[in-house]
Write a protein that binds this ligand. Structure first.
Ligand code: ADP
Length: 560
């Protein structure tokens, strides 16, 4: 038995937990080795000392002194306390205290069991601090994200509104200068004529820039609309190269094309695909040395995909830039690397061409990327652009797109180039004399431009208000009505509905003129019965072509 007691005492003495036994007056009767170490004090000096001098209350915990009566009453308590250590830093302990009632001949005692939790607490505190920091960072991130989204939307809206606002005055500049350049060369002083030609070119360039910005906004807002039709990609490549012949010839650059004979047709938006080719081919010309060659090939990669490659012998593209050049407004921009000395071929872009190309290709369900060994001074490592396009795109063309495409391509089949300026058909009055066109628009400048362009071929009547427009439409029964979508009061859509509901004008072709071409807008045009729409600013040629195209289709439909 004595040996057991001796063993127990040794265990208590060496256990890695601090144990202190107190008298009911809170004086120390016993401390084990670890407890003495915690108090950082010799055991002999501790014995008989009041324990309270070593114990400090911790904020948020019940004060030690208040617990004592409950402990003596037989309750077990656990509390966090600070332990003052002689000549050393305070440690934090979890203390469990309980009462041992004395048996016969034995004194009552209170036992305190200490566990040093300083390190644990520090880790917990650090963790908590980290958690709070993370939560703050998270909130900040969410806030910045929302702010970025807001700014990006603001940017897109700004770009869209600014571009539309620019388009209205540009209508007049382009329209008037088109007319002068096309018809008044003999009547003008040569110097004046050249200045106007230059205004006309500048307006054309500005129009392209605005269209590019609008395209980027549409792609960004996922509002790029496509008008699908069946066509041969090889023909599209050839058409595009033909357009660029002069530009390439000025630099002695040749295009070498290769297409297999039996290439299937592609179903997609021809003019958008042409836009992609134009961007790639002009870049290839721009960034290549004079006298070099550009190889273009279209192959059926497998039964489902076309693979188009455009390989140039130009300055190449740094590997670090290759993934960024498809971002909007990204320009590698070192025009010093351009190969030609001719200033007019250097740079000059806005970094939008490739991002638009990517948007168009991806909208068709395809992929575009570039390969280049990079850029080395004095060397032309060249670049190869690749496009994969699904033969039959899986993307859901909406009904409007399909319907529009079918009607336009049907019209295109009927209107042969030779016929285009022949006698059109209309409301039964077209074969005799000039057809009448009614233009309902408040925009004085647009009316003047249209009048000057159309006057020779058509009898023009114009109405600056919806009411007058309607009454002229019923009285004069024009062959075609051009209608602004933004008329004050009765807007263009409501006028169109009224015109379609009346016998006199039920089948009269109606073209909307609009400077806003949002998806909902276009849908509204067709939903209320319009035949087509023209985006302001329109060029004189575009307006003329569209009118003839629709009148010819109308004529063909009446003959059927
Ligand atoms: P930009 O209108 O400025 O040419 P793009 O979006 O078409 O804009 O091209 C972005 C950048 O990619 C250009 O600034 C140019 O540095 C680089 N790039 C595009 N095509 C080529 C090419 N064929 N060879 C070398 N660099 C090219």
């Amino acid at each position: 038995m004595d040996r057991d007691v001796a063993l127990l005492v040794r265990i208590i003495e060496h256990t890695p937990i601090g144990i202190v036994i107190l008298t009911t007056e809170q004086n120390i009767r016993y401390v084990n080795m670890l407890a003495a170490h915690m108090f950082n004090c010799d055991r002999d000096r501790l014995l008989g000392e009041p324990v309270g001098q070593f114990i400090n209350d911790r904020p948020g915990e019940i004060p030690w002194r208040e617990l004592w009566p409950s402990i003596i009453g037989g309750n077990i308590h656990e509390v966090k306390v600070g332990i003052s250590r002689r000549d050393s830093e305070e440690v934090t302990c979890a203390v469990t205290a309980f009462y041992l009632g004395g048996k016969e001949g034995q004194q009552d005692a209170v036992v305190l069991v200490f566990r040093d939790i300083t390190h644990e607490l520090r880790t917990d505190e650090q963790l908590e601090k980290k958690n709070i920091e993370m939560a703050k960072m998270n909130t900040e991130l969410i806030r910045s994200n929302a702010e970025l989204k807001r700014l990006s939307e603001m940017k897109s809206n700004f770009l869209s509104i600014a571009s539309h606002e620019l388009k209205t005055p540009l209508t007049s500049i382009m329209g008037y200068s088109d007319i002068i350049v096309d018809n008044m060369k003999e009547r003008l002083d040569e110097g004046v004529y050249r200045m106007i030609e230059s205004i006309n070119r500048a307006a054309g360039r500005l129009n392209k820039v605005i269209n590019n910005i609008l395209d980027v906004t549409r792609i960004d807002q996922k509002k790029l609309r496509l008008k699908p039709e069946m066509f041969l990609l090889s023909f599209a490549v050839k058409d595009c190269i033909e357009e660029l012949t002069q530009l390439a010839a000025q630099r002695g650059i040749r295009f070498n094309c290769s297409f297999p004979d039996n290439l299937p047709e592609f179903y997609g938006d021809r003019s958008r695909i042409l836009q992609v080719f134009t961007n790639l081919f002009t870049n290839a010309i721009k960034y290549s040395p004079d006298g070099s060659a550009i190889e273009v090939s279209v192959v059926a990669e497998d039964r489902n995909r076309f693979h188009i490659t455009v390989r140039d012998q130009g300055i190449g593209i740094d590997t670090g830039d290759q993934e960024h050049i498809f971002d909007p407004f990204y320009e590698v921009g070192e025009i010093s690397k351009h190969s030609t000395d001719q200033m007019k071929f250097k740079g000059g872009g806005m970094g939008l061409g490739l991002s638009i190309a990517k948007g168009i290709i991806e909208r068709h369900g395809g992929r575009i990327w570039v390969e280049s060994e990079g850029v080395r001074p004095g060397e032309f490592l060249g670049s190869t652009f690749h496009i994969l396009l699904p033969v039959w795109s899986e993307i859901g063309w909406d009904d409007l797109e399909r319907e529009r495409a079918t009607s336009v391509s049907a019209a295109m089949r009927i209107v042969k180039p030779a016929d285009a300026r022949g006698a059109p058909g209309g409301n039964g009055s077209l074969d005799e004399g000039k057809p009448t066109i009614l233009l309902i628009d408040t925009d004085h400048e647009a009316v003047e431009v249209a009048r000057m362009v159309l006057e020779n071929a058509f009898t023009m009547i114009t109405a600056p208000t919806a009411e007058l427009g309607l009454s002229l439409a019923f009285q004069r029964k024009p062959s075609m009505i051009l209608l602004d979508s933004f008329l004050p009061g009765l807007d263009g859509f409501r006028i169109c509905n009224i015109l379609r509901s009346q016998d006199e004008t039920r089948t009269t072709p109606i073209i909307f003129l609009s400077s806003m071409i949002r998806r909902e807008e276009i849908e509204k045009c067709f939903a209320c019965g319009a035949d087509d729409f023209i985006v302001k600013p329109f060029s004189g040629r575009e307006l003329m072509d569209k009118i003839w195209q629709i009148l010819m289709k109308k004529k063909a439909d009446t003959v059927k």
